[in-house]
Structures are given as structure tokens and as C-alpha cells.
Design a protein around this ligand. Structure first.
Ligand code: UN1
Length: 511
């Protein structure tokens, strides 16, 4: 482990995680953890095999049998203490996250804040796991429903939100009486080890073992086992559409539940009534923030034809300022850090080459950037590509996890909404407008078909209080706020008869 990594772990109060002992293990059980900042190896960790995977699920299951007996408000107290521990360690954890996946520090801290926020939300929820009561059609009968703990929850997360997406799931799961088994991305296992250790040490202090467990390994060794494992009644998976289809298929085959949060291809509409002083910075953050590596990143811009040239000119000038601040994400003032790895860099290059052959015009960007001291990191310029007049640009139908924004034009709002909805994915969407009518049409049942639709706010950066997720190829799952907690519990309908003579429903007589 490098000095920097071990210092961060020390600041987080984690000195000897068994994951860091790799001596004597066969090479396929040892994983080199890279930093996206400069491509260097920052730690080596032990991976799970079939036996250690099995033992972890068994421990999680045993912990569940105990945890589900604890009253929900008491479970909330534990989550409150976990939230406080994340508050205390926000700085170091945000730094570790930035070092590992290359987010700028502001976003590293922002992500930990999201974890703190969902913990707070979950604490409140621990006293609000409400069921309904319904009027019974029968005299002297009570009809009601209640929500019970579900079991150990399998969480599969992606590299780009290596802390918060786990928290969305595990903090809710904990108040719902469930345990969590987390398989983080192999591109971000250090943030996972740290986050899980923080949650777990608080739990142990309060007398509960194995509420939060980790399984780390390849899809073949760990991922496939998890999705097929009947001991995990719910698999909550974040990642590509391809991965989600596989998870969905295997989990459906065992009649399990899954919660899928897959790719996005999010558009922002800018109509002729938009306040551009507000729209431009929102679009720049949505498209270039996190180097275009959020599932909520703005990838398509749909602009009214009367203002398209003006919007492009303003965006290009804003992007020039952003280009001057591409660099080491750990340094103050950097706005755009690296892509996660070389494969992402290739994805960026391919998308740009395709866009050009398909008639797209690069307005700004399109190249790799060399960052001093980070020569092996993959840095690229946030890029704007204007689609040809036909508005046809096949590459824009795919989600490329890089900062590329495709610009299209429209004449009527109907046309803009059809373009917004005209891709396979359905995660997030925005309209920038001061027209109440346009805003309401966009939010209406015949407006945006996405799970998230915003007015005068960008496609990314959702708050935890709302349900998060999307339709169509995005997978249909909802995580985080609102009533997403229901996915982590099982619903039971109860009929209680307090009369003396049997009464059958539907008026049936069986004398
Ligand atoms: C993701 O990219 O998988 O809305 C999650 C956002 C963040 C979460 C993104 N709160 O952009």
C-alpha cells in the first residue's frame, strides 16, 4: 500500500483490514487497486473465492435472523451513529474516493454528503415504515398490511458512485431490518473497504456483527454467484444495461427480486423561453461534471432552432474556461478530473470518431489531455458535437461514459419531447424554460418518459429525498428516497376476526 493510501486509511481509523493481507494467496486472488488520477497501483487486496463468498453470505444471513428482531426505531439509532461516523470522516473518505476514482474533491466530499443525507433520511424512516389499514367487508374483522424485514440484500455497485449508491441501499436496508452484502466494482474496492469498515465498526460497538459485509471479486467468481443465490431475496444492481439484463434474467429465473439502476442517455431541452444565464452553467455541470461519468450526465442537448447558434456560442466559451481547469482532481481549482481507465479513453475516442463520420461537427474538445505528474491517467477534453441538420446521429443513442454532449435542434415542443424520449434509456431529463405551459407539458403523462424530469435544473445531482431510477432500459428500479424502502421489505396482508361466528368473504355460505 502506498504511503498516501495508508495515511488515508489511518485517518479513517482503519489500521488492519484483513483484505490487505495477500501473502500466500494465488495470483488470481490478489488484486492491484489503481488510482484513476495517475494510473498507479495504490494498494493490493485479497479477492474472495467460492468458499469465502459462501461463508460471508452465511454470516450475513445469521446476522439477519437476529437483526430483524430489533425494533425498527432502535435500528434507526444504529444508522444515526453510522451517519455521524461518516460526518466525522467526510474529509478523509472524500479524499480516498477522489484518489481512487478520480472525482474532483468537491464531488468526492459531495458523494460522502449524500451518504450522510441518506443515513439521516433512514433514521426518520425507522419510525415511519407504515402499513395501511383497510375497511373490511366483513363485520368484526380488521384488514391491514404490515412490512417485515426481507433478508440479506445483495448490492452490486459501479465505480462512479463507490460510496453513496451502497449507502442508498444499505442504510435503508438496515432500518428495514435487513443486512447488506456488497459487491463493489473492482475499479473502486478501496472506497468500499473503508465505507463498509466504518459502518461495521459502529455496528460492532453497538453489539451487532455482520450487518454490513463485503464480497470482492470478478463477475464470474462473485457476481454470478450472488445473482443466482437464493439466500439473497433482493439484488440491487447499478451498472450497464448489458449487466442489468444478465442480472434480471438470472434473478427472475429463481423468482427473486431485483432493483436495477442501469444506463442513462439524458437530455436537456432548452426552449425559446429559457433563461440562458441559468441554463448554461447547469448544462456545463451536467455534461462535463464528474468527467461525464454519472449515469445522470447530460449527454444530449435539444435546443430551439431560433437560439441554437447563441446557445452553442455561449457553451463553447464556458467550455474554454473548463478546459483550462482539467487536471489532477485532488488539486484545488480543478473542475474536470480523469476518466476511470484506458478503456473509457478508448470509448471517448471511438464515440468522437463515429460522430464525425456520421456528420457531427466538433464545436470544441475532442482530444486527450496530458496532465503533468499524472501521465498515466486518462484525461480528455469535455466535448460538444453538433448533430447535422437532419438531427440524425446514431452514436448519440449509446451511453458513452465520457464528457461528450451532442446538440440537436427542434421547432416544436412536441418534437423536442419526442427526441428526449427517442432513445432506449429513460433515466433523467430536464427542460429549461420560463414558459409554464412548456414546463407542465414536459412533466405531464405525455411529456418526458424518464424516471426523473426536472424544470430549470440539470439532469444530474438529484437529492436523496426523491426516488432515484429510470424507465425502459434503465431498468425500472427506484432507490434512495420517497417510498423506495418498500423494495427492501416484504409486505404481509393480515385479516383479524374478533367476532364469534365464521364469516366468509364474497358472501359465500358454506353451512
Ligand atoms: C449514478 O451516477 O449512478 O443524481 C448516481 C446524481 C447523483 C447520483 C448519481 N445523486 O447525479
Amino acid at each position: 500500500m502506498t504511503h498516501q493510501t495508508s495515511q488515508l486509511f489511518a485517518q479513517l481509523g482503519i489500521s488492519h483490514d484483513p483484505r490487505f493481507t495477500t501473502t500466500g494467496l494465488p495470483p488470481d486472488r490478489v488484486h492491484a487497486c489503481k488510482s484513476a488520477v495517475d494510473g498507479s497501483t495504490i494498494a493490493t487486496i485479497a479477492l474472495d473465492d467460492a468458499a469465502s463468498y459462501d461463508a460471508t453470505i452465511a454470516r450475513s444471513h445469521a446476522a439477519f435472523l437476529n437483526w430483524r428482531e430489533v425494533p425498527a426505531p432502535q435500528r434507526g439509532l444504529l444508522v444515526r451513529a453510522i451517519g455521524d461516523e461518516f460526518r466525522t470522516h467526510k474529509d478523509a473518505l472524500g479524499r480516498l474516493l477522489s484518489l481512487e476514482v478520480g472525482k474532483i474533491l468537491q464531488e468526492g466530499w459531495g458523494e460522502v454528503q449524500e451518504t450522510i443525507d441518506i443515513a439521516d433520511f433512514a433514521v426518520g424512516l425507522s419510525r415511519q415504515l407504515y402499513g395501511l389499514t383497510m375497511p373490511s367487508e366483513r363485520e368484526s374483522h380488521r384488514l391491514m398490511e404490515q412490512w417485515h424485514p426481507l433478508g440479506p440484500i445483495g448490492v452490486i455497485s459501479a465505480f462512479n458512485f463507490p460510496n453513496a449508491v451502497w449507502a442508498w441501499n444499505s442504510m435503508l436496508a438496515a432500518v428495514c431490518g435487513d443486512t447488506t452484502v456488497w459487491k463493489p466494482s473492482l475499479l473502486a474496492p478501496l472506497t468500499a473497504i473503508a465505507s463498509n469498515a466504518i459502518a461495521q465498526r459502529v455496528s460492532e460497538r453497538m453489539g451487532y456483527k455482520d450487518l454490513f459485509t463485503l464480497v470482492i471479486g470478478s463477475d464470474a467468481n462473485v457476481g454470478e454467484r450472488m445473482v443466482a443465490d437464493r439466500r439473497l431475496p433482493l439484488i440491487s444492481a447499478t451498472g450497464s444495461c448489458r449487466m442489468g439484463k444478465r442480472v434480471g434474467e438470472v434473478v427472475a429465473n429463481r423468482l427473486g427480486r431485483c432493483l436495477l439502476e442501469l444506463g442513462g442517455n439524458n437530455a436537456a431541452i432548452v426552449d425559446q423561453h429559457a433563461d440562458l444565464a441559468l441554463a448554461i452553467p447547469a448544462i456545463v455541470f451536467g455534461a462535463a461534471g464528474t468527467a461525464g461519468q454519472r449515469c445522470t450526465t447530460t449527454r444530449r442537448l435539444i435546443v430551439h432552432e431560433s437560439i441554437a447558434d447563441d446557445v452553442c456560442t455561449r457553451l463553447v466559451s464556458a467550455y474554454k474556461q473548463v478546459h483550462a481547469r482539467i487536471g489532477n482532481p485532488l488539486e484545488d481549482g480543478t473542475l474536470v478530473g480523469p476518466l476511470i481507465n484506458a478503456r473509457s479513453g478508448e470509448g471517448f475516442d471511438h464515440a468522437i470518431a463515429h460522430a464525425k463520420t456520421q456528420g457531427g461537427q466538433v464545436l470544441i474538445g475532442g482530444s486527450r489531455v496530458a496532465v503533468k505528474g499524472c501521465e498515466n491517467g486518462i484525461y480528455v477534453q469535455p466535448t460538444i458535437i453538433r448533430a447535422p441538420k437532419s438531427n440524425q446521429l446514431a452514436i448519440s443513442r449509446e451511453e458513452t461514459f465520457a464528457p461528450i454532449l451532442y446538440v440537436f435542434t427542434f421547432k416544436s415542443l412536441d418534437e423536442a419531447i419526442a427526441m428526449n424520449n427517442g432513445v432506449d434509456q429513460g433515466l433523467s431529463s430536464s427542460i429549461f424554460t420560463d414558459s409554464m405551459r412548456h414546463a407542465e407539458l414536459f412533466l405531464s403523462g405525455s411529456g418526458s418518459d424518464c424516471g426523473i424530469a426536472n424544470v430549470n435544473a440539470g439532469t444530474s445531482g438529484a437529492e436523496i429525498g426523491g426516488a432515484f431510477g429510470g424507465e425502459k432500459d434503465t431498468g425500472g428500479g427506484r432507490e434512495s428516497g420517497s417510498d423506495s424502502w418498500k423494495a427492501y421489505m416484504r409486505r404481509q396482508t393480515n385479516t383479524v376476526h374478533f367476532g364469534k361466528t365464521l364469516k366468509l368473504a364474497q358472501g359465500i355460505r358454506f353451512d
